[in-house]
Design a protein. Structure first.
Length: 120
């Protein structure tokens, strides 16, 4: 969404150098983001967390830890929340309740993993 608002991109669209993004494509992207929210309210790197913590005992790698399931991460969660909030500002009538609920759950997730010193 931020890229679409940049003067460089807006001028290129006006001049016909590039095509603007169709709203239907943005709706599709938001629909995907909403489906990828984990039960804990956060977002993982590429898929929903569908496993259990004990799966980590099956990890065949001695080098990489916590790789058996895709956990929610601060970076992915904040990027997803930013995208949803920006989209909702431009398209307030598309899945309003779901986006509001997802943002509320995401904020709760962020607060739940924040450390005493304010970091994550």
């Amino acid at each position: 969404m931020a890229l679409m608002d940049s003067p460089l991109v807006m001028n290129a669209v006006k001049k016909g150098i590039i095509k603007g993004i169709q709203p239907s494509r943005l709706y599709d992207a938001v629909n995907v983001i909403l489906t990828l929210q984990n039960e804990d309210g956060g977002w993982a790197t590429y898929e929903n967390n569908r496993g259990f913590g004990w799966y980590e005992q099956l990890n065949p790698s001695e080098v990489f830890g916590d790789i058996m399931i895709d956990y929610s991460y601060v970076e992915c969660s904040m990027a997803s929340m930013t995208a949803l909030a920006d989209f909702h500002e431009k398209f307030p009538h598309h899945r309003t309740k779901e986006i509001t609920f997802a943002l509320r759950r995401g904020a709760q997730f962020m607060k739940s993993i924040q450390r005493e010193d304010g970091s994550w």
